[in-house]
Design a protein around this ligand. Sequence first.
Ligand code: HEM
Length: 322
Amino acid sequence: MSGKNWDRVPIDAQSVDAPLSQSAIFLVVTVAADKAALARVCSVLGELDDLVKNVGFRDLGGRLSCIAGIGRDLWDRLNASQRPVELKPFAAIKGAVHSAPSTPGDLLFHIRAERPDMCFEFERILLDRLGVGVTVVDEVNGFRYFDARDLLGFVDGTANPTGLDLPASALVGDEDASFAGGSYVVVQKYLHDMQAWARIPTPEQEAIIGRTKIDNIEIDDDDAPRKSHKSLATIEDADGNEFDILRDNMPFGRPGQNEFGTYFIGYSRYLWVIEKMLQRMYVGDPPGAYDRLLDVSTPHTGTTFFAPTRPMLQALVEGAQK
Ligand code: HEM
């Protein structure tokens, strides 16, 4: 945890615990195979903190933050002597009814701010610095929707870990000491079938999500015939210990194009925890009883990254340039 007063200084790059924001940009790029492209990327990652400061200082109340995540293939190209133990490309999932694709991505930039213009300005400068050696494969502008609702109308993010539970859930610890403080990041871009969702009566929607719609109260569905999204996404070990992740999903869309989406982003200390959530959602528990949220939500991307701490990122790119 940075322990900083976020209103008085720009937010350090790679702060996984940066505040949730009104706006976000999720930018995924691939890096060309040539050495020049890699060198340029390393130099930009090395100056990421300065880039955040340059834009963030112009309105500290805008709370600009940026986290860069690195995919497995790019990590290997950086010639690092070690790799986070669980880092691997997103494993596509094939359930009986719904599937999740694995899509390319060398770098993720998760840009957050209270103001969309700050996210925009930062992204503009960042892409300018990255130059022609990177190709944008996905770019999503997310916005906060009223009281943190997704476009399906439910409050999203309530069960996120807070206080000391946040680093314990989201940041790697002593189990992989060389990468302690970093975080596994998984993203998926979902598009919703809003017409189909609107046809489902509210009590049934609530049973699908596991919370009431208007006032966001958790529904005890231990004895329900079918598990809710909330219950399928709850991971416990044999001793009943729960494993949380930190989510900062954002709605996005273009009503004129009938595009309504949720950008899922999860930060986790352990990659296996997110993988297990996905298995339970897509395959179901018991198998076949999949997450009915997927009947109206289709993933179009799926990519895994590792977000190193700021010093770790610095050392990584400096080492690669030698
Ligand atoms: C279409 C995409 C998604 C939507 C609209 C969505 C929406 C929601 C909503 C409304 C809740 C209940 C409130 C809350 O605690 O946040 C929730 C809970 C949760 N979701 Fe999702 N979600 C989506 C995808 C995912 C995915 C892909 C994962 C994991 C891989 C996930 C993991 C969780 C977890 C861990 C919880 C909290 C469960 C608990 O109560 O402990 N969600 N989600």
